[in-house]
Write a protein of this length. Structure first.
Ligand SMILES: Cc1ncc(C[n+]2csc(CCOP(=O)(O)OP(=O)(O)O)c2C)c(N)n1
Ligand SMILES: [Mg+2]
Lengths: 194, 566
């Protein structure tokens, strides 16, 4: 399936310390600076002390640079990148509960689902839950297709992105707690932490 | 060696070079106060009368010395009383470490007695803050706090320490070596291509102007800025906090810019074809209407905070870096230049301004703030550290007390915090015991923190208080006169007898109502080794000119009429 890119949107990806309160610091900064953001997701990475945030902004790259500069100022933010034109994979996921109480709507839904990266994950006599996973654009298009059959409930996760190929966004950062524990074990009198 | 958390705090402060801290005790910080007794000979604690005073004292200390100021308070109300001081320090990039007590860890979140979510409250007004939940992390956290407070763009850092962490014991190991924080790398040098681009703009400019900000002082780039200005013959306009970046007597310095700046500075900015903005952030008080700001100028903006670049004013060349380092990269290839026409034009504006100078007016029988300040300047040889409060007297200080050295005007610029002046002056004196210190305060602002007179007496702090008493919240009254048809709502004040008040605290004092009494009173204050107070009863309805009304174009200044013009 071809990657569709929505041109007006920019993605900011931040690696942050997985510490209590970090999300609060970031949210507080967005509120304080009156930054308008489209979606924000946080998730774990392969390193337990590092979380990764994906922030979608419906604005030009200049705005994204402002956001990035302010994010970078936060001590717990390890690294920030703007994904704009470079090739990347992005995914958004939506769970959509739709009416399913007559043959017509059942057929329509099955038909639409066949043409999108979507599947029905729960079926009952009155409603069904559809899961759709894809780029933000695909998910949005899909939602518009099923809307006429009657959406009764919906949730989206927000976009996550990753650069293609060897564009690797990672950090060697080891958190202080891990360091301090290592040092405590290896303490040799002078207490130097290396 | 096993130490209690409270002792670790003291050990860490000592290792950071702290010799004085300003604070106020209470339940949740009591273990730390108890530990102080063992350290009394090396770490002096100044008991304030309100925690706001402690935060401003730490700030004044930091601004005067360039070192980190330390304040300390208990949980809940103690910590919330620090808030104004932290916000003040945040806005003016002043390095403070605040240590607050917190309820014991098991009680956190239970609305315990004197529990406040202090890290939550101070999150947007600190550069960073910590809640220490494990005594083993305490030493590292304090070291990190100092590092963050003093490096990069300095700012306040708060460390919240629960009572049980202060009591708990652990092996004390001071983390030696450099702090390395993965998410914290203040920019340092510029890229060659940016230096080249900047040099090209300087080379091409015919009407350049340097906007000299606080960053110059903090980076210690005074010599580099001077060399830049002299070699390329660029006039220098100062921000309020940039005062001292270059001696005001220097012929290239054309005074302060902005709302109450010199007309020649504001006009020059509007006509310039190049702005060199050095360690300043284009605050709305210096730009006026951004849409019409410096329309003819290309802009070079150098600041250590990347997020300042392109924030308010778009830069043609934006460099995030340490000013001294960046200017050192730039200077070797800086062309020798001269701009006689441009400087001539500025001289004409300066002449016009001096015709309007209030000091040249006949004002028999009344005492004017400008006269008081200018006389204090003369009598102190222009060499005192002045610490102002906020209002008309603050702007008049900036206009009538020229400063030659860096860090000799301490004032709350970004937040404009009334009540800052007097406690900040006390803090400054602790940092700079050999300097002559004057707190120049309004009758309004002084009353916000005057309880610190007791602190000044208890510690015998040699600070001279000059109260500019106009019986008004003068600056607000000025706005009411200009923009609200003189409806003086809530600005006239019935004041206490300040001299009697000083008497009650045991502070030697004088009251001055005539110009010819100024000298005697100032010399009286200078002769006393301890706090003194002079009340200057000035004209009630003075105006500070020039004035760019809030949001107006920078060249659209209200000027004092010339004699005969009024
Ligand atoms: C804490 C605080 N409250 C209110 C203000 C708004 N304000 C700015 S200047 C001013 C008047 C200051 O009066 P005074 O201290 O007497 O100084 P003056 O202007 O008369 O020299 C006020 C109320 C402020 N800056 N800070
Ligand atoms: Mg007043």
């Amino acid at each position: 399936m071809a990657e569709v890119k929505i041109d007006s949107k920019v993605t900011v990806v931040a690696l942050v310390e997985n510490e209590p309160g970090v999300l609060n610091r970031i949210a507080s900064m967005f509120r304080r600076r009156a930054f308008n953001i489209d979606s924000l997701t946080v998730g774990r990475t392969h390193k337990p002390h590092v979380s990764r945030m994906t922030i979608r902004v419906d604005a030009g790259p200049e705005y994204a640079r402002k956001i990035a500069a302010n994010l970078q100022k936060l001590i717990n933010v390890i690294d920030v990148r703007i994904i704009d034109n470079e090739p990347h994979v992005e995914r958004d996921l939506a769970l959509i509960k739709v009416r399913n109480d007559d043959a017509d709507s059942r057929n329509t839904i099955t038909e639409i689902c066949d043409r999108y990266p979507a599947r029905i994950v729960d079926v009952g006599p009155k409603v069904a839950i559809i899961e759709v996973v894809g780029t933000e654009a695909i998910v949005e298009e899909f939602i518009e297709r099923v809307r006429p059959t009657g959406i009764v409930e919906m949730i989206r996760t927000g976009v996550v992105s990753m650069g293609r190929g060897t564009r690797i966004h990672d950090t060697n950062f080891i958190n202080r707690r891990a360091l301090a524990e290592a040092a405590a074990e290896a303490r040799n009198g002078n207490g130097r932490i290396v | 060696m096993k130490l209690k958390g409270s002792e670790i705090i003291m050990e860490c402060l000592l290792r950071e070079g702290v010799d004085v801290m300003f604070g106020y005790p209470g339940g949740a910080i009591l273990p730390t106060y108890d530990a102080m007794s063992q350290y009394e000979d090396r770490l002096h604690h100044v008991l304030v009368r309100h925690e706001q005073g402690a935060s401003h004292m730490a700030d004044g200390y930091a601004r005067a010395t360039g070192k980190v100021g330390v304040c300390i308070a208990t949980s809940g109300p103690g910590a919330t009383n620090l808030v104004t001081g932290l916000a003040t320090a945040m806005m003016d990039s002043s390095s403070i470490v605040a240590i607050t007590g917190q309820v014991p860890i098991p009680a956190i979140g239970s609305d315990a007695f004197q529990e406040t979510d202090v890290t939550g409250v101070t999150l947007p007004i600190t550069k960073h803050n910590y809640l220490v939940t494990d005594v083993r992390e305490l030493a590292y956290t304090i070291k990190e706090a100092f590092h963050i407070a003093r490096t990069g763009r300095p700012g306040p850092v708060l460390v919240d320490v629960p009572k049980d962490v202060q009591i708990a014991e652990t092996e004390f190991v001071y983390p030696e070596g450099e702090i390395e924080l993965p998410g914290y790398a203040p920019p340092w040098a510029a890229q060659d291509m940016d230096i080249e681009a900047a040099l090209r703009l300087i080379q091409e400019a015919e009407r350049p102007i340097i906007l000299a900000g606080h960053g110059i002082l903090m980076s210690g780039a005074m010599n580099e800025v001077r060399e830049l200005a002299e070699r390329a013959q660029i006039p220098v306009s100062l921000t309020l906090l940039g005062k001292g970046a270059m001696p005001e007597e220097h012929p290239l310095v054309i005074g302060m810019m902005g709302m109450h700046g010199e007309a020649c500075s504001n006009l020059a900015i509007q006509e310039a074809d190049l702005l060199l903005a050095l360690g300043m952030r284009f605050d709305d008080r210096v730009t006026g209407n951004l849409k019409t700001y410096a329309q003819n100028a290309r802009k070079i903006h150098i600041d250590i905070d990347r997020s300042e670049i392109n924030k308010n004013v778009k830069a043609d060349v934006g460099i995030a870096g340490d000013l001294k380092t960046v200017l050192t990269q730039l200077l070797p290839n800086l062309p020798q230049k001269s701009h006689p026409n441009w400087i001539g034009r500025i001289r004409d504006w300066q002449e016009d301004a001096s015709e309007r100078d209030i000091l040249n007016y006949e004002t028999p029988g009344i005492l004017l703030t400008a006269q008081v300040i200018n006389d204090i300047w003369k009598l102190t040889g222009g060499d005192a550290i002045t610490v102002t409060d906020v209002g008309q007297h603050q702007m008049l200080e900036a206009q009538y007390y020229p400063h030659q050295r860096p860090a000799t005007l301490l004032t709350s610029g970004g937040l404009g915090t009334m009540g800052f002046g007097f406690p900040a002056a006390i803090g400054a004196k602790f940092g700079m015991p050999d300097e002559e210190i004057w707190a120049i305060v309004g009758d309004g602002g002084f009353q916000m923190t005057l309880c610190e007179m007791a602190t000044a007496v208890q510690e015998n702090v040699n600070v001279n208080i000059a109260i500019i008493n106009n019986n008004f919240l003068g600056m607000v009254r000025q706005w009411q006169e200009l923009f609200f048809e003189k409806r003086y709502q809530a600005t006239p004040m019935v004041n206490p007898d300040f001299c009697k008040l000083a008497d009650a605290y045991g502070i030697p004092n004088r009251c001055v109502t005539q110009r010819d009494e100024i000298e005697d009173a100032v010399q009286f204050a200078r002769g006393i080794d301890g706090p003194t107070l002079i009340e200057f009863v000035v004209e009630k309805e003075e105006m500070v000119y020039p004035m760019v009304p809030a949001g107006a174009d920078l060249h659209d200044m209200k000027r004092r009429p010339k004699p005969g013009e009024a």
